[in-house]
Design a protein around this ligand. Structure first.
Ligand SMILES: [Zn+2]
Length: 476
């Protein structure tokens, strides 16, 4: 863990250099040997495990069960839904040789699991009694990428994908919005990342969906990150895959489907938004280590006290570690744990020992607080809650400060050349116009906020009539 502060570029000066370096130095991840791949190191994987644990409970509470489907999809299955295969073709990894022999049918390494799951769903669903069918899987998917941006863009990534079948469109739509509400809760309460929830445009929606809902977050340099999605698949897959059921009137009907996913990309967004020049800043709820205890010197009495503090806080549900490494100075250790983004540091020296207290230092504000040892088990969890709340408040303020409105094409261009951010503007919802705006300003439609009222205005791009205000931004 040898690390010098000068090795880390300043986030305020060069965000992408800072990002690449902080991911490596904090030991979250490393590059894989095959282009486009990454290794999730234990510290980074522990963050994903915390996300999984919280989300898995919410998913199960809804009545969705976990299962696992194969990694390989026969090409013929993928080709069943036209828009789907067309959308994914450019980024597929295809297996043509297996066991030393040319395969009679190519196998696709799953880019997402709709087709392989729905092939089985068709066999499992017969009557309205079999519905709703609600399955989630935690797995990896592969979408070919030429340039790696760790967590944010890699050929292979981890995610969860939920896939449900319902008897009516209304029920399916309720599922689509439930998933987005669940993601909003997770993003707000765990990641401390506020965002914009809305509907994707026709050209930006998922290949094979009728409607795609998205959660868009804003990164420090004013670019938008699509942070998770929930799709209303209508009967687009149930028809080619023949997912039919006998309804209560005894008639055959096609199922109504949804799919929804959140990936390890979310960790990348969190790193970008909350980090600072000193390194990572992890929100306590997603910090693998919430409290690091640092004995100022490697003396046995201090270490014994640190052990006691650790035991007691652990009993109260706090994730604690001690760093008493003898061969590193206290300054070096402080820098290291700051870099790794641990929300709270407890220092204990001779003075603290004599006064029966610890010095708590907040990673988010740098504030130092003397905490009496006999109050520690109530004060420390409260401090962690305060830090979590502060991250959300900061990110909300940033989002607010960087959300603009544009009423003309020039205004849109002007904002995109300076601060960027989210730009709310009236749009005609025509694809050609969307394309033109993107070419001229780099801004694409991010979403139409779900609560956008009907309006009577003119399009920011072409001047034709426009009914709704859409959110524009430069995509990652
Ligand atoms: Zn237009």
């Amino acid at each position: 863990m040898a690390f010098l502060k000068k090795d880390l570029p300043k986030r305020s000066e060069n965000l992408s250099d800072w990002y690449n370096k902080v991911v490596l130095l904090a030991e979250l991840a490393d590059y894989g040997p095959a282009k486009g791949t990454m290794i999730y190191r234990p510290y980074g994987f522990a963050i994903w495990e915390l996300i999984q644990k919280e989300m898995d409970a919410l998913i199960k509470e809804k009545g969705v069960s976990n299962a696992y489907f194969p990694l390989f999809i026969p090409e013929s299955l993928l080709k069943k839904e036209e828009a789907h295969v067309e959308g994914f073709s450019p980024e597929l990894a295809v297996v043509t040789i297996g066991g030393g022999e040319e395969l009679t049918e190519k196998l696709i390494v799953r880019p997402t699991s709709e087709t392989i799951m729905y092939d089985a769903y068709a066999r499992w669903i017969h009557s309205w009694r079999d519905l709703p069918l609600m399955i989630n899987q935690w797995n990896n998917v592969v979408r070919w990428e030429k340039r790696t941006y760790m967590f944010l863009r890699t050929t292979e990534f981890l995610w969860q994908e939920g896939h449900t079948v319902h008897a009516t469109h209304e029920e399916a739509w309720n599922m689509v919005t439930w998933a987005m509400d669940m993601y909003t809760k997770v993003y707000t309460e765990l990641f401390a990342l506020p965002g914009c929830v809305g509907k994707k445009s026709e050209s930006e929606k998922f290949a094979g969906a009728d409607v795609t809902l998205t959660y868009e977050t804003l990164m420090p340099e004013g670019k938008a990150l699509q942070s998770c999605t929930s799709h209303d698949l209508g009967q687009n897959f149930s028809k080619p895959f023949e997912i039919t059921f006998q309804n209560q009137e005894g008639k055959n009907d096609y199922g109504w489907q949804t799919s929804w996913g959140l990936s390890t990309r979310s960790i990348g967004g969190m790193i970008m938004v909350h980090g600072d020049d000193g390194g990572l800043r992890l929100p306590p709820r997603l910090a693998p280590i919430q409290v690091i205890v640092l004995p100022i010197k490697a003396e046995s009495t201090l270490i014994a006290k640190a052990e006691k503090i650790k035991d007691e806080l652990t009993k109260h549900g706090v994730r604690v570690q001690i760093d008493a490494s003898e061969n590193e100075t206290i300054g070096f250790r402080i820098n290291t744990w700051e870099l790794k983004g641990v929300p709270l540091r407890l220092e204990i020296g001779a003075k603290e020992l004599a006064e029966e207290k610890v010095t708590a230092v907040r990673r988010d504000t740098g504030e130092k607080i003397a905490v009496p040892l006999d109050e520690m088990t109530t004060t420390i969890p409260k401090l962690l809650d305060a830090i979590q709340a502060n991250f959300l408040a900061e990110a909300k303020q940033f989002l607010k400060d960087n959300t603009h409105t544009a009423s003309s094409s020039d205004e849109l261009k002007q904002i995109m050349m300076t601060s960027r951010g989210f730009i709310s503007a009236l749009w005609c919802e025509q694809e050609m116009c969307e394309k033109k705006i993107k070419e001229e300003t780099k801004a694409s439609t991010r979403c139409m906020p779900l609560d956008a009222p009907d309006e009577d205005g003119t399009c920011v791009g072409c001047g034709n009539p426009a009914k709704h205000r859409w959110m524009f931004g430069q995509a990652y």
